[in-house]
Each structure stands twice: as C-alpha cells, then as structure tokens.
Design a protein around this ligand. Structure first.
Ligand SMILES: Nc1nc2c(c(=O)[nH]1)N[C@H]1C(S)=C(S)[C@@H](COP(=O)(O)OP(=O)(O)OC[C@H]3O[C@@H](n4cnc5c(=O)[nH]c(N)nc54)[C@H](O)[C@@H]3O)O[C@H]1N2
Ligand SMILES: Nc1nc2c(c(=O)[nH]1)N[C@H]1C(S)=C(S)[C@@H](COP(=O)(O)OP(=O)(O)OC[C@H]3O[C@@H](n4cnc5c(=O)[nH]c(N)nc54)[C@H](O)[C@@H]3O)O[C@H]1N2
Ligand code: SF4
Ligand SMILES: [Mo]
Length: 896
C-alpha cells in the first residue's frame, strides 16, 4: 500500500506492532514516520522506530551465500543444506536434525519452516527464541484457558481504572503503549498504576505505587492477593460457578502458602502497608488490567506466576470485558505469529496440539504430508544441550543470535563448534553466531520483504517491501522452500509468493474447525495478491470473510477446555531464598535498555540510538558497592559459576541491595567481555521450559586495570593489548572505551601503530599532536588527516577522563579544523568557553544531560513541557520523558 507518505508497513522491533510509513526519497534516503491510521500507535513512534532509517544501510550486511568462509552460489549453499540434512536424517533419523528459529521471522517464513520440520522431515525439533520470551505465558494461558489466547486489546489500557504492570519495564520496552497509558492517566483521574519490579525503572515514573518485590516472588504476591480477595468477599461467585472450575483448590493453596497481606509482605520482602494498599486497590477496582512481561515469564516459576495472576482475574470475573483482563505484552514483532503457526517444539500448527492424535491426523491430512511429528521436540535449552552431546548433528539457525541470547551461552558456542553441520540465515555477516556457520545464507531484511506479523493484541499487520533486496539476499520463506524442494518435497513447497503461504495458513486455521479452536482466520482465506497487499491491520479471530476481526475474547465466558470452563490453577510459590549459593551471594537480573534492540545488529548501527547507552554496564546499590571498594564508573567483574564479564559500575538506589542489573545486549562484536548470558544458568521453568534469565547467583568484584582510556576513530579498529574495550557508533566515528593491564613502553608509538591507516594516500596531509605526562601516567594524542580530526586517544590511570562530547562534535564537521580547535584538541574542550552538552538524554533532538541541567538550574525550567518548548527534548517520541522528570526532580531536590 503506497500513499503520499510512502509505503505503509510495520515496525520490526517490539510487539506493540506500530504502523510505519516509509518513503524512499529522490536521493535514495528513507524517511520514516508513524502511520496515523494504524490502530496500535495512531502515528506515534518510539526512539527505536523513529531511527529505523539509520539502521538500514548496507554496512556489515551479509550479501552473498557463503560456505566454509568463501562466497558461493545459492545452488551450492542450498544443495549443501538439503544434502547434509537428508543424509543425517537417513543415517540417524529425523530427530538428529533441528531448526532454531525466531519471533522476528514473518508468519509466512515461520509457517514454511514449521511445515517442513513437522510434516516432511517428521520431527518436532523446531524451537524458537520465543522459548526465551513468551513460553511461560503460552503455558499459563493453555493451563487456564485451554488455548493460547490473549483476551485483551490495547483499548483496554485506556478503559481501565487500574493497570498493574508486573515485570514489565513498559517505558523502555513497549514505549508506545507506555505513552498510551500515560495519556490515559492524564484524561482519567481515576486511573491508578501499580508497578511490580525489583528495580525502580523508568516505568515507575507514572506509578502510584511501586512494589520493589524480592526477585522471583511474584507468585507469593498474587497468591496473597487471591486469598485476600476470597476472604474479603470479592469473589464473583456467579461467574465462578458458570464459567470456571477448580476454584477451591487454588484458593486453599493460596491461603495455606500465603495467609494474608502480612505474609505476602514478608515473603516478597515488601512493606506490609504497601501490599495492603495494592490488595485494597485491586479488590476495589472492577476495571483492572494486569500486564505482564519478562519479569514474570523469565523465571523458574514463570508459568505459576502467570497462573497466579490469571487466578485473580477469574476469581473476580474480570476477563473478556472492556477495561479488564490479564494481558501479556509480547516482546518480538512476531512472537504471536510464531505461536499461531506452531513454531514451538511442543505445538502443532494453527493452535493444534502435538499430543492429540486427531489434531496430528488433521494437520497431516491438510498438508498431505508423508509423516507428522508424533512427539514434542526439544525446547531451546535442551536442543542446544543435545547439540553439545552430539545427539543433534545438524542445525539451521534463522533470525536469532543464540551465542548471545541463550543461557550458558559459552556452552552454546561449544555445541555449535562441535556440531557436524551448522547453517545460519541472517542479514548480518559478523555476529557471534554466524562465526560458527558452515553455510551462511543472506536473508532479506526489514523493508526488503513482504509478509505479516501479529502484535500483542492479536492484530495481524502487513510488513511491506519498500527497498530492493541488496546483493543476493532472499526472503526467508524462499530460502526454506528451496531447501524443501531440494529434499524432494517440491509439490508441497512450490510457493511463488508470501500471499500464497498466507492463504494456506489461513485455510489451515479454519480446516475442520467448528469453533473448537480459538485461532481461526479462515475469513482471510482466498485473498488474491491485491487483497493481500492491501490487507488492513486486523485482530484475529476473523471467521467470516469481510469481518473486521475480534477486539476481545472470552466475553461469552466460553473457554477452550473440554468443559468449556476456565481453570483455576493451584500455585505453590517457590522458596523465596531460591537459590542459595554462599560463594555467589548476589542476584543477577538482566534485561533491556531504552534505545537498543537485543544483540545490537541493528540499533548498534545508529549513532543516535547508541548515544543513550554506549557501554555495557552493571547497576548495583551503593550499599553493596562500598564494602567491595567499588566507586561510581569503576570497572567491575560480575562472575557466576559459569563465566565472567567486565562492565562499568553504575551505582544507584534503584536496585534492591543484593541485586545487580546487567543489560542483555552487548556481545563479542561490541565489547571484549560483556556477553552476559555466558553467566546465566540454564535453569528453566518446569512447565514451559523458559529459562530463568532474571535470577542467577553471582559475585561482584572491582576490576583494577593499570590504565583507562577512550579512543575516537573514523575507522573501525582491531584492538590488541587491551583487556577491556567496548565500542559504539557515533556520528562519523566509532567510540571505544578502553582499559589495559599492561602499559605499552611508548604510548606515542603504540598510538601511532594503532591509529595510522595503512592506506592513506600520498596526497593526504597527516598531522599528529600528542602529549605524554609520564609521571601522571597520562597520554593524549590526536591524528589529523587533511586538517580534519581522524582519531584521538586519551589515557589516564583511573576512569576519570575528559568528556568526549566536544571531540565527538568535531568528527561531524565537514570542514577543516580552525586553529583554535586544533589548539584545544588535547584539552578535549574548546579553550574559548563553549558549554559541554553532556551525555545524550533526548536521542531525537540530541539534547545532552548538561544542557538539560543548565536549563533546569539556571533557567528555571521545572516541567517537561517547559523544557520541550525551549529545547524540544521529549517532544517527538517521548521516550526520554521519564528521564527528564527524574532530572527535574533530582535537581529541584538538590536546590531545595
Ligand atoms: N528497548 C527495547 N525494547 C524491547 C526489546 C529490546 O531489546 N529493547 N525487546 C523486546 C522483547 S523481545 C521483549 S521480550 C520485551 C521485554 O520487555 P520487558 O519484560 O518489559 O523487559 P525486561 O527489561 O527484559 O524486563 C522487565 C523487568 O522485569 C524485572 N524483573 C526482574 N526480575 C523480576 C521478578 O522476579 N519479578 C518482577 N515482577 N519483575 C522482575 C526487571 O527488573 C525488568 O525491569 O521487550 C521488547 N522491547
Ligand atoms: N540474559 C538474558 N537473555 C535473554 C533475554 C533477557 O532478558 N536476558 N531475553 C530473551 C528474549 S525475550 C529474546 S526475544 C531473545 C532475543 O535474542 P536474539 O533473537 O538472539 O537477538 P536478536 O539480536 O534479535 O537476533 C536476531 C538476529 O536475526 C537477524 N535478523 C534480523 N532480521 C532478520 C530476517 O528477516 N531474517 C533473518 N534470517 N535474520 C534476521 C539479526 O541480524 C540478528 O542477528 O533474547 C533472550 N535472551
Ligand atoms: S513501540 Fe517503538 S519499537 Fe515498539 S513497535 Fe512501536 S515504534 Fe517499534
Ligand atoms: Mo523477547
């Protein structure tokens, strides 16, 4: 669909699923704006969506197939996969091969991969990174509803009088929904917000109540709530009788395990009055939505946490009606689509079950396939364990980077290293995972392929192509179908467009479905190419052709269990001291930062997005840091029984004492030793198999190198002799933070060896300015090329180094440096006073912390609106508003 604003498509990042208009300009650049007609965002975008144009250049792209590290033809690469898979299946059986796929595949890609593995190879060894993401929600939904159904829609957030955000840093991870909630709060004074998170996050900015509960104790809190609602006469008995089963067992289990608000407070490490306030608010508010995300799912008791939440909604009958319900926010753009096609190892397609013989027979009949998998395959963590043990001989990884994102990530490296045959489909040439691929397949990226994705409110939206695929990149569905054909399944994989695949998927959803399965989009079946192309964003189910879709589910009290009733699940909260390890006394919590996406393959390309957090860090409470001799911005080691990382210490009281928070994003492409999943234990939830990414026992210690430094360079550099480095994109430069254990004998020679480009032409005018204070252990050097700053290195014995801001601005200049600028280089600031902007807070308008502090202190701008008017900060995507408020609050408090 092309309009005046460009092609309408969907954001490739989070599960909010915002609509985007992408317009290719005359010069080839792309302009991105929010699609005002898309119901998810109505024109809004967050910082990541707004910066998409900065991430689609071809630098670092995988453009051609490769085998054994050499470029090869598509035929060679595809034959190699088909032949190796076929041979291993012949010799060892179908369970000796596996696919590891991703919630970032489009539904059509995902459908084809699942069909090939389950219906033609005949194994269910296809699992997905959604196992690390949504598996506990899926398992909790199925236990309670008999189906993996999200009953709510975004509008419920606007209709609610209470929104509970459990284990969700909505402000950073679902920013447009956060904006919708913040907006609703302004227009509805009754709306109260409760945040349940061990950390005080940016989301707490709009919270009326923040419960900083002990890590992992959510099931105790919601069990306490269930008992409280029961005891205080808040049961909706008519609803319970008509539409649910198992209430007494769940209530008894709650009353025994957590008898009352005081017991909940004790088990969760909370203040009893706060818990009481939460229970009272929940009890009194009919229109309550409970949102949950990874603080709930990524836990060894994740499924129980989900059911403890759902139990409270069932007991009060608050489900399926406007403004209420349990609402899982999905992470990836197509986490939901993956569930619909059955991309998890324990599912069949179109919400049918592997364990049910009639379902298997039905899918096989529909696919007319030679076989059908008859038992669940291996879940992600088990799959990589089996790879390491040599039970799986060949794996094909698509659209995910498991060497970074799986728990016990070093074991994943070893497993891939020892595996007989590894194929990787990715858009990027060098990732921590492509390093292990025998065959690399260049996938078409966002903007280059067509298909559909489903967002958190079950809304199916089109991703539309607006750029040609570069080099020999091909869409994932095409690559998979090519391999399937070469394995002999030509007839079943003879697709020529994603529309054909979508039609087949839609037909399967309605096949012999007399209302027994929630996922039914047969009303979208039979779309021709033109109708597929113009498909408007639609919420499933869509049973009748021409239907506008379904906003909410379960309004009729009918569920997908054998009796048609929702099930209460008795929950026994785990031991709050879990796990105990004296040698590793702290709890490692991991998650996301505002402007980065996962393993940095995309957001790491944008200078704007990299400026908010440019270095891997660990946040901890000053009370924990002090006895360890750790000061603000020191380097530290965080170590578990499995591994160790080196990071920058950020001390703040937003963490609970005893907790350390480390972002999940950094990896071997961006830092020396910051792949945090190398530390995370592969402990999984017993029901869902989802890993516990938020709770690993660790210890923390100061890391004291001999020197610290930073380096700015127009070229990407290979660093030797440094024990710590982290790199980030800047405008026209790479920024490196450095530290080393050995001092070079001659700093100046070291700097020249590192920074001199091998291919400066004879006509280039190179100049060096440097300065060494041997006694103080300081070195500063700058290299100019044709009178522009080419690179500079600053070294000191401690982490206190000059601000990088002004130097970074010089790289963006298109002209020669002035004499004054040259003379100021080694001071790292203009000798004539120009104010230093400081670290970026507003990425959209590049407004720095110091500029904001000056505006607040000196110019008396004490509201977000006033700052917005003067500096524009916070007026575009709004992602930085929580930080602006925190700066105002902090500065005003200091002045008072
Ligand atoms: N900026 C950005 N946004 C993203 C992504 C990204 O990479 N970057 N990724 C997307 C994806 S795939 C996902 S899955 C979502 C994730 O979205 P979220 O789940 O919101 O993000 P996380 O930061 O992983 O974790 C959320 C919070 O859980 C808290 N937590 C830890 N342990 C517990 C606990 O025991 N109980 C409770 N109640 N809370 C706990 C953490 O402190 C953290 O603040 O984000 C999506 N959006
Ligand atoms: N410690 C810790 N670990 C975690 C988490 C956590 O909170 N803490 N969160 C977990 C969660 S929720 C998630 S979702 C995962 C995410 O972890 P990953 O899925 O491993 O991370 P991504 O960087 O999104 O990897 C996607 C890869 O696919 C490539 N790609 C992008 N588009 C396409 C495409 O169209 N086709 C193909 N073939 N490739 C493409 C990208 O270049 C990239 O290499 O991490 C999990 N791991
Ligand atoms: S909230 Fe941001 S990242 Fe998520 S879909 Fe919308 S624009 Fe993309
Ligand atoms: Mo995720």
């Amino acid at each position: 669909m092309t309009g005046a604003e460009g092609v309408k498509t969907t954001c490739p990042y989070c599960g909010v699923g915002c609509g985007i208009a992408a317009a290719v300009q005359a010069g080839g650049s792309v302009q991105i704006s929010g699609d005002e007609t898309h119901p998810a965002n109505l024109g809004r975008l967050c910082s990541k969506g707004a910066a998409l144009a900065e991430t689609i250049d071809l630098e670092g792209r995988l453009l051609y197939p490769e085998m054994g590290g050499e470029r090869c033809t598509w035929d060679t690469a595809l034959d190699a996969i088909a032949q190796n898979f076929a041979r291993i299946i012949r010799e060892q059986g179908p369970d000796a091969v596996a696919f590891y796929v991703s919630g970032q595949l489009l539904t059509e890609d995902y459908y084809v991969a699942n069909k090939l593995m389950k219906g033609f190879i005949g194994s269910a060894n296809i699992d997905t990174n959604s196992r690390l993401c949504m598996a506990s929600s899926v398992a909790g939904h199925k236990r309670a509803f008999g189906s993996d159904t999200v009953p709510c829609c975004y509008e419920d957030l606007e209709l609610a009088d209470l929104i509970v955000l459990a284990g969700s840093n909505t402000a950073w991870c679902h920013p447009v929904l956060f904006q919708r909630i913040a907006h609703a709060r302004k227009s509805n004074p009754r709306l109260k917000i409760v945040v349940i998170d061990p950390r005080r996050t940016a989301t707490c900015d709009i919270a009326d109540l923040h419960l900083a509960l002990r890590s992992g104790s959510d099931a105790a809190l919601f069990n306490g709530l269930l008992g409280y609602l029961h005891v205080n006469g808040r049961r909706d008995d008519a609803y319970i009788r008509a539409h649910t089963e198992g209430v007494e067992a769940a209530v008894n289990s709650a009353l025994v395990s957590v008898p009352g608000a005081d017991a909940a407070a004790l088990q969760c490490g909370l203040d009893a009055t706060q818990v009481q306030a939460f229970f009272d608010l929940f009890a009194a508010t009919e229109k309550t939505v409970t949102v949950y995300s990874q603080g709930v799912n990524q836990s060894s008791s994740g499924t129980d946490k989900v059911n403890a939440i759902i139990n409270c909604h069932l007991l009060t009958g608050r489900i399926g009606r406007p403004g209420m319900g349990p609402f899982s926010f999905t992470g990836q753009p197509n986490a939901m689509g993956g569930r619909e096609v059955g991309g998890l190892a324990n599912q069949l397609a179109a919400h049918m079950e592997l364990e049910i013989p009639e379902h298997r027979a039905r899918v096989q009949r529909f696919w007319q396939s030679p076989v059908i998998a008859d038992k669940p395959g291996l879940k992600a963590v088990d799959m990589f364990r089996a790879l390491g043990e040599g039970k799986i001989k060949a794996i094909w990884i698509m659209a995910t980077n498991p060497v970074v994102s799986l728990p016990d990530a070093d074991a994943a490296c070893k497993a891939l290293q020892s595996c007989e045959f590894v194929a990787v489909s990715d858009c990027v040439r060098h990732t921590d995972t492509t390093a292990y691929g025998h065959v690399l397949l260049p996938a078409a990226a966002w903007g280059e392929k067509d298909g559909t994705v489903t967002n958190s409110e079950r809304r199916i939206s089109r991703q539309r192509k607006f750029l040609p695929a570069p080099g020999e990149a091909r869409p994932d569905w095409w690559i998979i179908a090519q391999v399937a054909k070469r394995m002999g399944y030509t007839h079943a994989f003879n697709y020529s467009s994603p529309a054909q695949i979508f039609n087949e998927h839609a037909a399967l959803s309605g096949f012999e479905n007399d209302g027994a399965r929630d996922f039914d989009i047969s009303g979208l079946c039979g779309l021709d190419e033109a109708a597929y192309d113009t498909l408007p964003p639609t919420q499933w189910p869509v049973v009748q052709p021409g239907s506008a879709g379904t906003q909410r589910l379960f309004g009729d009290g009918q569920f997908y269990t054998p009796l048609g009733k929702a099930r209460f699940i008795p929950v026994t909260p785990r031991d709050p001291r879990h796990p105990v390890d004296q040698a590793y006394p702290m709890v490692l919590n991991t998650g996301r930062v505002r402007d980065h996406w996962h393993t940095l393959t995309r957001t790491g390309k944008s200078a704007r997005l990299s400026s908010h957090t440019y270095e891997p860090y660990a946040e901890l409470h000053p009370q924990d840091a002090e006895p360890l001799g750790i000061r603000q911005h020191d380097l530290i080691s965080v170590t578990s029984r499995l591994g160790s990382v080196t990071l920058r210490a950020m001390l703040n009281d937003a963490q609970l004492p005893g907790n350390v928070f480390v972002p999940m994003h950094w990896n071997d492409q961006f830092a020396a030793q910051a792949r945090v999943d190398a530390l995370v234990h592969p402990v999984v939830d017993p029901v869902s198999g989802q890993p516990e990414s938020k709770h690993t026992p660790v210890r923390v210690s100061a890391y004291r190198p001999r020197w610290h430094g930073f380096l700015l360079s127009r070229r990407k550099l290979a660093l030797h002799d440094v024990s710590y480095w982290a790199r980030a994109r800047g405008v026209e430069l790479w920024r490196y933070e450095l530290a080393g254990e050995t001092q070079p004998g001659d700093w100046s020679a070291w700097a020249r060896a590192l920074l001199c480009a091998p291919k400066d032409s004879e006509n280039d005018r190179v100049a060096w300015i440097d300065y060494l204070d041997r006694g103080a252990g300081c070195y500063r050097g700058a290299r100019l090329l044709n009178q522009r700053l080419e690179s500079c290195l600053f070294v000191a014995p401690g982490p206190e180094l000059p601000s990088r801001s002004w130097l970074m601005e010089l790289f963006a200049l298109k002209r020669a440096l002035t004499n004054a600028e040259r003379n100021s280089l080694l001071a790292a600031r203009p000798l004539a006073a120009v104010e230093d902007a400081g670290a970026t807070v507003c990425a959209c308008f590049n407004v720095g912390r110091n500029t904001l502090l000056r505006a607040i202190q000196r110019d008396g701008l004490h509201s977000v609106e006033a700052i917005g008017q003067r500096l524009k900060a916070g007026t575009n995507c709004g992602s930085c508003i929580p930080e602006l408020k925190a700066l105002i609050a902090q500065t005003v408090k200091q002045c008072a």
